[in-house]
Ligand binder design. Structure first.
Ligand code: ADP
Ligand code: AMP
Length: 218
């Protein structure tokens, strides 16, 4: 299965993709993680991406497309993958479809996790991430057992620099202006699944899994 997880920043895409990739044995590919890894390695792409990420803007389409296509061309994505944070524009969605079509594949489902704005802001203001395995925590909702350490791998937890208030505001604006309109593309293909992301993590997962089991509406 090729599935994508869509939603505003803080909707729970990474959290759900992490759980689903284990439950369904799919590789979890997150475009934001690829950019952060590129930045850590001080590559040209990483430094270019940072200049946009810091302002809450999208990285240019061609750069995002290149990094994702290179990743999904790896053998572990030959027949399945769960994309998190990509595509974010209609152009990215169209190029992804062309690339998959050339391999005789297509996107099976697009899962949209819907969460009210005020909840998104609260989630991002308390988000902690593991530097090693990227697991997400929240200082109030889901704190780690040992402060500052990941429950899963013991890695160091950190706050993303783009989770500060001004940048979050811009990231939300960008989502509504550039990404939300793209949902129509998947809706028209009968592939869009909308789930209520404003409930417990486990409930969101259950809703996604039951929607994935239902047949595609044509
Ligand atoms: P995204 O990948 O969409 O930006 P994350 O998965 O990183 O979002 O989640 C953002 C924050 O919200 C994290 O701190 C995470 O622990 C928390 N979170 C995720 N899903 C839920 C949920 N259903 N209820 C409460 N908090 C959540
Ligand atoms: P995320 O980790 O998904 O919240 O993404 C962090 C940042 O990386 C975003 O605010 C964008 O600047 C950039 N980014 C991630 N994915 C994409 C994408 N598909 N297209 C453009 N920019 C992206």
């Amino acid at each position: 299965m090729y599935a994508i997880i869509l939603g505003a920043p803080g909707a729970g895409k990474g959290t759900q993709a992490d759980i689903l990739s284990q439950e369904m044995n799919l590789p979890h590919i997150a475009s934001g993680d690829l950019f952060r890894q590129a930045l850590e390695a001080r590559t040209e792409v990483g430094l270019l991406a940072k200049s946009h990420m810091d302002k809450g803007e999208l990285v240019p389409d061609e750069v995002a497309i290149k990094i994702i296509l290179e990743r999904i061309n790896q053998p572990d994505c030959a027949s399945d993958c769960l994309l998190d944070g990509f595509p974010r524009t209609l152009h990215q969605a169209e190029v992804l479809d062309q690339a998959l079509e050339e391999r005789g594949k297509s996107i099976d489902r697009a899962i949209y996790i819907e969460v009210p704005n005020e909840v998104l802001v609260k989630r991002l203001s308390g988000r902690l991430l593991c530097r090693t395995c990227q697991a997400a925590y929240h200082i109030v909702n889901s704190p780690p057992k040992i402060p500052g350490r990941c429950d899963k791998c013991g890695g160091e937890l950190y706050r993303r620099s783009d989770d500060k208030e001004e940048t979050v505001k811009e990231r939300l604006n960008v989502f509504f202006a550039q990404t939300l309109p793209m949902l129509d593309y998947y809706k028209k293909q009968g592939k869009l699944i909308k789930v209520n992301g404003n409930q417990e993590i486990q409930k969101v997962t259950e809703e996604i899994l039951s929607a994935l089991r239902a047949p595609i509406s044509s």
